[in-house]
Ligand binder design. Structure first.
Ligand code: PHE
Length: 407
């Protein structure tokens, strides 16, 4: 049933049991909405670039960060995972979470996928900006394609300690002593890590203030990433809630050693553009970023990118709700994400949300049943019930390929 080969961005790839990119997803490649002038994602992107240009300059007052925003979203498993020390059995590698082209290639799941190759090319200060792809739930804050800004800054001993000869970046150490505290990697001296941590946190708090205002409330939360240690998340308080803004940390030294860099220590971070833009401009639904409606786009036509813009809903078109219930297969596994994928393929951007509203196991037969509520809403016009019914029926017939029985 599956074709033997698929073409992605003009390259042919052999398919295999990993292949799960759909035409719908592939249709988002090259849309480049984050680069379109005046697009809200582009406004936030440009504000972040400006902040880095102004915060880090060399002696001649030139920006030291370079920007990479045309990197191909098709990456190898080694770029997305192996080069970043992500373990073989790590859940983020799962077919259920990623869009694989085949067992060797996928649509990047994070911009960090390019970190190692750019460092290997000799770059010490850079931003990577682009579209990333993840299989996930369907609601107003999740979309299978979104956008990230990642950054790396590498420093030598001389850059870190200026002229102080007595201080070192590296020392001999046993990593085990630190696994619980996770205070630092064993190969780093405490003074090197603390200086890097200080610069990293200072930079990112400055970025949060640049975006959300001088008075923004924020907090640091310890976290874990396979490619940084220590690792933190920065949260900002916005609209009565803590918002996770970004993840960051000190680059795992083996990542650098693996590409022959033995004299530098680095920090890195990654953030999502949609979440920030939704907060800043009060955009209520992530699908709006993909809208070509001038009523949406014109609201962001400003030549002052720091201007405070509040999105005015064009009008709220009504929702249509339809439930779907089915028995799960007994002879194979069932993943909700596979169901969401079918809903996405058939319904596209008409789907506002899918939620599991009931799960039950038949007391006698042991058969499991799921009921999902699908909320349909068009972003630009009113949907008719018969239009919705036609899509719903198509979904009912397509889900049978998952081995389920409609009730
Ligand atoms: N890649 C991480 C994510 O997608 C973010 C990150 C980047 C964290 C770089 C630490 C360092 O969540």
């Amino acid at each position: 049933e599956k074709p033997k080969e698929i073409s992605v961005l003009n390259n042919l790839y052999a398919t295999d049991c990993y292949t799960n990119v759909t035409e719908k997803i592939a249709s988002h490649l090259k849309k480049d909405i984050y680069l379109k002038p005046y697009h809200p994602l582009s406004l936030v992107r440009q504000r972040i670039i400006n902040y880095f240009y102004k915060s880090f300059v060399n002696r001649r007052e030139n920006p030291v960060f370079s920007i990479y925003e045309n990197l191909s979203p098709v990456v190898s498993v080694s770029q997305n995972f192996d080069s970043l020390l992500i373990p073989q059995d790590h859940p983020s590698r799962s077919k259920n979470d990623c869009y694989y082209i085949n067992q060797n290639y996928l649509l990047r799941a994070h911009m960090t996928a390019h970190q190692s190759e750019l460092m290997q090319a000799g770059l010490n200060n850079f931003l990577m900006i682009g579209d990333v792809y993840r299989r996930d739930e369907i609601d107003r804050t999740h979309y299978p394609v979104f956008h990230q800004v990642d950054a790396v800054r590498l420093k030598t001993k001389e850059e870190l300690f200026l002229k102080d000869e007595a201080l070192n970046v590296f020392e001999e150490g046993n990593n085990r002593a630190f696994t619980t505290a996770q205070e630092k990697q064993a190969c780093h001296t405490l003074e090197a890590v603390k200086l890097m941590e200080y610069e990293l946190k200072n930079t990112l708090v400055g970025l949060a203030k640049h975006l959300f205002g001088e008075d923004v409330e924020y907090r640091w939360v310890d976290t874990y990433f396979p490619f940084t240690q220590p690792s933190w998340e920065l949260e900002v308080y916005h609209a009565d809630d803590w918002l996770e803004l970004l993840g960051c940390g000190i680059v795992q030294q083996p990542i650098l050693n693996n590409i022959g860099i033995n004299d530098r220590i680095g920090w890195a971070f990654g953030l999502g553009l949609e979440r920030i833009a939704m907060c800043l401009y009060k955009i209520p639904d992530i699908r709006l970023f993909w809208s070509n409606d001038s009523g949406f786009l014109n609201q962001f036509k400003t030549d002052d990118i720091n201007k405070n813009i509040v999105y005015q809903p064009i009008s709220q078109y009504p929702q249509c709700t339809n439930d779907i219930s089915f028995w799960l297969p007994q002879d194979q596994e069932f993943f909700s994400n596979d169901f969401y994928e079918i809903v996405r393929c058939v319904g596209g951007d008409l789907i506002e949300q899918v939620s599991l509203i009931d799960a039950f196991t038949h007391p006698k037969t042991g058969r499991k049943s799921h009921c999902y509520r699908i909320v349909y809403r068009h972003m630009e016009r009113t949907l008719t019930q018969s239009e919705v019914n036609a899509v719903h029926e198509k979904i009912e017939s397509e889900v049978k390929q998952l081995g389920v029985t409609i009730r």
